[in-house]
Write a protein that binds this ligand. Structure first.
Ligand SMILES: Nc1ncnc2c1ncn2[C@@H]1O[C@H](COP(=O)(O)OP(=O)(O)OP(=O)(O)O)[C@@H](O)[C@H]1O
Length: 389
């Protein structure tokens, strides 16, 4: 029975002086992700990590662990005694198990010996195990260049045998790179943007703007559902819900209609900056993408940037929509994102939004508004929810 998950770390292992710090963080994240699945024993050994499991919940544990950022791949493995007989028997067993699931004609034994005290070198182990498998199977051949399957033998303090590599997302453990505030709409792009930045080790909080009662409660529920899916990767998310209807009404009343979108966007960004400053958050994250809509031309993005001092990260800036959708499907936000919803941005949508705004014109238009007062009022009334799976 497979009794352990063997985990290969990625960039974490390259962090020379800080490797121990990153590995400890990653270990903690793996523990946290599996705590409610019986708190399996999680340990590290010579640059790899292991989760001890029983066969009953191995799939559940794998599904959780593969969403932890910082690991490259994981393998359900046999953890066995360190002797050649045991290695042979269990390698054959692992291969036979794989044969039950798919057609396999060729194999290769790939042995690594981190424990140099083990008396047989890795080439010799591979040769002995290969010969044993050939003696005990029919119709199988060795192919060292392009085998249907690899039998991995990893000799460490114990020996680990596996045949499968399940790919994780790589990146860095959460919390090793500060905290970001994700501007989370109900659309396809912003959840992907949050995922991309979280993958680089940034903890995530989220803000959603709505225009209730012009937008529905259902639209807000949808955003919570999206935050819940993102929390599968990031752990618990603090969600700030901010009603900007009064702000939109004021812009609608006093500013040129074509500037509605860009001025609203500047308000959203300023509110996000205030929330970030209050909560020790280092950056804002948006799903903006160059040229997608009027507020996402280079000029519009610059005018938005000028409203704040905090860095704005836009990880999707150069992506095509099809590429964004591919990631959205992979991280399981797509199906929820495409459900119909009303976004606050479409409540006072101008017919002809300005696409080349000049900062001085926009600042001039904003002079008639009580910008500080409107922001303060919106923040005072915002609701905070903690979202987790
Ligand atoms: N109601 C909202 N609440 C919070 N953030 C928002 C909201 N609307 C837009 N944003 C932020 O602004 C970005 C650009 O939004 P916009 O509607 O212009 O484009 P989009 O490509 O449709 O984005 P998305 O697919 O994420 O909704 C979003 O990705 C999101 O980060």
């Amino acid at each position: 029975m497979k009794n352990v998950i063997s985990i290969s770390v990625g960039e974490v292992a390259l962090k020379k002086g800080k490797r121990n710090f990153f590995e400890k963080k990653l270990l903690g994240k793996i523990k946290a992700a599996t705590r409610d699945l019986g708190s399996p024993n999680v340990y590290r050994e010579l640059g790899k990590m292991y989760v001890e499991v029983n066969e009953d919940n191995i799939d559940k544990v794998i599904n959780r662990v593969k969403k932890v950022f910082g690991l490259v791949h994981l393998s359900p493995a046999y953890k066995i005694e360190k002797n050649l007989d045991s290695i042979k028997v269990n390698s054959l067993k692992a291969l036979k198990e794989a044969i039950k699931k798919r057609k396999i004609r060729t194999f290769k034994v790939d042995c690594k010996r981190a424990d140099k005290k083990f008396p047989v070198n890795s080439m010799e182990v591979a040769r002995e195990v290969g010969a044993y498998i050939l003696q005990n199977t029919e119709d199988l051949k060795v192919d060292i260049h392009n085998p249907d399957i690899y039998v991995y033998v990893d000799i460490r303090q114990k020996v680990y045998i596996y045949t499968e590599k399940i790919y994780g997302y790589g990146g860095l453990p959460l919390g090793t790179n500060g905290k970001g505030l994700l501007l989370l709409s109900g659309g396809i792009d912003s959840p992907v943007a949050g995922f991309m930045i979280a993958k680089r080790g940034v903890s995530i909080e989220a803000v959603h703007y709505h225009s209730y009662p012009f937008t529905s409660e259902r639209a807000e529920e949808k955003v919570k559902d999206l935050a819940k899916i993102i929390s599968m990767y990031t752990g618990e998310i603090k969600l700030y819900s901010v009603n900007i209807l009064n702000i939109q009404k004021a812009i609608n009343k006093y500013c040129p209609p074509s500037e509605m979108t860009i001025i609203s966007r500047r308000f959203m960004t300023k509110i996000a900056e205030s929330i970030a400053n209050i909560n020790n958050i280092d950056c804002i994250i948006t799903g903006e993408n160059l040229g997608q809509v009027a507020s996402q031309t280079m000029k519009s993005l610059n005018v938005t940037n000028s409203s704040v001092n905090i860095p704005i990260l836009r990880p999707l800036i150069g992506f095509n929509k099809t590429e964004i959708i591919e990631i959205a499907k992979d991280i399981e936000t797509f199906e929820t994102s495409i459900l119909p919803f009303e976004d606050c941005c479409s409540v006072f949508l101008p017919k002809h939004p300005v696409t080349s705004p000049e900062l001085r014109d926009i600042e001039e238009s904003e002079k008639v508004l009580d910008v500080e007062g409107l922001i303060e009022d919106a923040i005072n009334k915002m609701k905070i929810t903690t979202i987790s799976i």
